[in-house]
Design a protein around this ligand. Sequence first.
Ligand SMILES: Cc1ncc(COP(=O)(O)O)c(C=O)c1O
Length: 456
Amino acid sequence: MHQIDIDTVEMTLDVMKYAINRISNTQPELGAPKKEEELKKLVGETITPDGIGSEKAFKLFRDILVKATVPIDHPRHLAFVPAAPTRAAILFDLVTSASSIHGAYWMEGAGGIFCENEAIKWLISLADMPETAFGVFTSGGSAANLSAMVTARENWRKKNGQEQSKGIVITSSGAHSSIKAMAKVIDVELLLVSTEDLMTASLLADKLHELTPEQRERVFAVVATGGTTNAGIIDDLDGVADLCRKEDLWFHVDAAYGGGALVADSVRDKFNGIEKADSVTIDPHKWLFSPYDCGAILYRDPELAREAHEQEGSYLEIIKDPGAHGFNPADYQIQLTRRLRGMPLWFSLATHGTAKYKWAVERGIWLAQLAGQMIEGREYLELVRDPSLSIVLFRRLGWTEEDYKSWTYKNHREGIALVTPTKWPKEGGYETVVRFCFINPDTNEEDIRIVLDTMG
Ligand SMILES: Cc1ncc(COP(=O)(O)O)c(C=O)c1O
């Protein structure tokens, strides 16, 4: 199977033809899931002792399996956090795979790690962090948040001799679910400032005052959000940063979704204070147009991350030798062997320049404002709150939770759009509402109109 023969040539042509067609298709079919048994019936046995051949396997994928997936870059995919990787980034993702580079250590991956590091420097400059700050690409925001918390806890334990006690992290109820999940992974307690709106310094101060002295001793980090997933809200980063400094707490900003907007002049001032963070998560696979998977974690003092993550082993000693000297991404996050997942972002940035990124992100913000106006113009719809970053929350007057759900499924089934409901606080409880999240610059006014018409 490592031979190059006529089958390899034919397979290469099939794959390249598919890739070219797919990346030039701006209206891919909005696929929908099928039950596993149904898919099995359609494709049959694919893993056999003799193989079914690339032609057949590829045909099954192209004609059946890919149709049971939703293209994340469909212009009317406005659910969750969609994505819209640039063509340059997708093509370079193929190059990244074809180049077979180990991305853990400079000794093996220098040229590729150089590309990643150029892109990391740009992210650092967007956050206006000090020149000594640095970071690495991760598999996504969850992994980036995990590495930030691991670094913060290690630093706290070393500083305070807190080897045995269970640490506490404070965040707000608007924070992403991955904060809770990653806190569980590293067995720390999570305390919530109760707000879906922005977490201010005074709300955080109130939370700290509520704690017993024993609890206060165990608090080691605060996680603020730079663009909540549900509503695009940015916490009071400046105020929270100052309080964290005063209280000697690690200040992490989860800007996995919103971080892309650091490039947009129209909203940049909302992120003021991010430059004071000890660590920042930004996901290029969300709003910086990279293919999955590509997150990033930036550290004010990368040395602390190295102390928390560096692996030891006799087989790894040569990597630390001065002769192999260079930046080793494996030392700053949880993975050892890693794909050079920052290379597609580097290539796309180098190809297009940063000004185009600014334009494309501003377009997402503009689409949210436009959608807000279109919603206000329809008597059966109502904005829940002003659009924030690229997220719009609105209600269909008279609808129940069931109505929202069946509307979502119907639109998806009919290939019109994927737009999903969420919940927003109302009168001491929660109300079901609709949420748009704009990422794709190819989405236009007509796309928004088509979706709003389905609610009439
Ligand atoms: C604010 C925020 N943080 C973290 C995450 C998790 O990122 P990932 O899915 O890349 O692990 C998300 C995902 O939507 C997010 O919006």
